[in-house]
Design a protein around this ligand. Sequence first.
Ligand SMILES: [Zn+2]
Length: 244
Amino acid sequence: MSLIKTEAIVLKHMDYLEADRILVLFSKELGKIHAIAKGSRRPKSRFLMASEIFVSADYMLYEGKNLYTVTQSEIKCTFFELRQNMNNLAYAAYAANLCDAVIQDEEPNIRAYYLLLKTLQFLSEPDIDASAITLIFAIKLMDFIGYRPLLDQCCNCGKNDIDGSILYFSPISGGVLCEDCAASSDDVTAVNQGFINTVSHILSMRISDMYRLKMSDALKKQLWDVFNRYTLSRIDKHIVPMKL
Ligand SMILES: [Zn+2]
């Protein structure tokens, strides 16, 4: 019998049999895993809280053939304040769903793990700009899983020195296009240099500084529009796109 201790965040759960739950965990050490928390839907279960969405905990797991079994849990954070705020909760659900869609089974991604953990912490603060935080989360997550947008050259022909008052960004191609490539593409959004500079800044900023970036509503709206298409074209699961 092999027992594993891991720190993880609950991305979602499914009811199973009479009183169990199957948890989709984002584990710091193991990547995405599925674990059964037996009896966790009973009101007095010791796993009741540890099987709630967004909770982060240390889990002691028994590795079965197809599924891990939770044998012990020690809560690290319940994100209680987040649960009181319906608006921020919707953004947190989007973040968890996006992780569920892009994080691979049993492939650790520690940067993405800390990104989600920190995003949930920021979304627990009442005065935070939840839309901006979640947008930054989504752009950084794409980078951390290997889909970093290309900003300094045309992602179709490789042409350098792209500048001008109007620039072209193609969510499906994965970055900026030169004028010639943009003319023959039907997936282009005209953007300005401020848009490109903001994406570049988001890619290089530290996770702990995510809350510092202030964006206008117009810029956030355009970033959401572009990056909803950017993420959806790179995942094979359906998730509901987020709006400003
Ligand atoms: Zn080009």
